[in-house]
Design a protein around this ligand. Sequence first.
Ligand SMILES: [Zn+2]
Length: 68
Amino acid sequence: MGKIFYCKDLGSDCDWKGAAYTEDELFRKVVEHAAERHDIKDMLEEQKKRIRELIKDDSSVKENIAAR
Ligand SMILES: [Zn+2]
């Protein structure tokens, strides 16, 4: 079981999804993506919390990681 995050769940018009084996690893990828693509450099605690809430379990994480 891995973790998956869809950027569009944050309400943005973005089709990026991130996948990783652990929540912390995925969280780092999301923060990186937010900085690169959405120019969010200093994320608020509230936004970080929201991301944690939106990270979901993913049973096909291997395929999703391979697809990136
Ligand atoms: Zn995005």
